[in-house]
Design a protein around this ligand. Structure first.
Ligand code: NAD
Length: 296
């Protein structure tokens, strides 16, 4: 058999193995960060993952007041899915090391890590921002993605326990349209999210050949805990229907619309999507500003 045939055979075997799983997350062990916020993308993603039937989801956040209730609700709605609540800082080496070690000790494998925890500070002029606020925004948004890619990715390569036959997994990091170009957030937030995109792209090459996929999602304007002030202000002025009018879908989005994309990326349906920054923004980042009717 020529080496060409051997390579073809290998590709065929891997593709067939992955295709068997399809949209299902059966047997998979998942970790989601930033899941405490009732209106957040993290919580919505716990539900979207649960629908696909994984073995377990660790629902985690720095704050823990809603996590136990979330875990119980998931286990009631999806009796075959275990949900474990844990509070830790997603931007601390110790926190990420511990949660990954716990998943590996309890279940022998790690398959999905959604590095979603993030924060932004109120918009300030560049001249009024300072070193400590810059470093905190970068720490929470970028360092958390770095630690996920470094620590969870390594664990995803382990096989032999928990029925895992092949190295692999999916790490999805929440970046933002603000990380693609300017105009959607303050400078330190945009810089931090830009780093998240690049970390996912460069990590895909660091994990080359391991079947560990690393992708960023870039939400546009979503109604969540983070944007509640903007939405409340607009609602108080009767202008919430104006939010999202700059994108061609002409509306803002709800967290489940982002969560569905994350669940797809977590599954083997996305087995050939790697190192990408996927915008979930109603088309906002697809165009330069346009004057309707002028050029189109
Ligand atoms: N809402 C939007 O329009 C939008 C747009 C683009 C990107 N994002 C990103 O989406 C992600 C989720 O945010 P959201 O919009 O759901 O907001 P949210 O405020 O509803 O949820 C964010 C969650 O992250 C948690 N968190 C903050 N720092 C943490 C830390 N150090 N460790 C662990 N958890 C921490 C918070 O407690 C909160 O539960 C963030 O990364 C955010 O930057 C949001």
């Amino acid at each position: 058999m020529s080496s060409f045939d051997t390579a073809n055979e290998r590709v065929g075997q891997i593709a067939a193995h992955l295709a068997k799983a399809g949209s299902s997350l059966t047997d998979k062990v998942c970790i989601v960060t930033g899941a405490n916020s009732i209106k957040g993308i993290g919580r919505a993603t716990v539900y979207a993952l649960a629908k696909r039937g994984p073995k377990v989801i660790f629902a985690t956040d720095l704050r823990g007041e809603n996590l136990e209730e979330l875990a119980r609700d998931i286990e009631m709605r999806y009796p075959n899915v275990a949900c474990i609540a844990r509070a830790f800082d997603a931007a601390s080496t110790e926190g990420v090391t511990n949660i990954v070690a716990e998943a590996m000790e309890m279940f022998g494998r790690l398959d999905v890590y959604f590095a979603n925890a993030g924060m932004s500070l109120p918009r300030v002029r560049l001249e009024d921002a300072d070193e400590s606020s810059f470093m905190e925004v970068v720490r929470v948004n970028s360092l958390s993605a770095f630690l996920a890619l470094k620590i969870a990715g390594k664990a995803m390569e382990e096989t032999g326990k928990g029925g895992k036959e092949m190295s692999g997994g999916s790490i999805i990091c929440t970046a933002s349209v603000a990380g693609i170009r300017s105009g959607a957030g303050p400078p330190e937030y945009s810089a931090a999210k830009s780093a998240v995109i690049n970390l996912c792209q460069t990590s895909a090459y660091q994990y080359a050949g391991t079947n560990v996929r690393t992708n960023a999602i870039c939400p546009g304007i979503i109604e969540t805990g983070m944007t509640v002030k903007t939405f409340d202000y607009a609602k108080s002025r009767g202008s919430s229907n104006k939010i999202g009018q700059l994108n061609p879908t002409r509306r803002y989005a709800v967290p489940s619309e982002v969560a569905a994309v994350v669940a797809f990326l977590a599954s083997e349906e996305a087995s050939y999507i790697n190192g990408q920054a996927i915008a979930v923004d109603g088309g906002l980042s697809a165009s330069l500003p346009v004057v309707p009717g002028r050029f189109m």
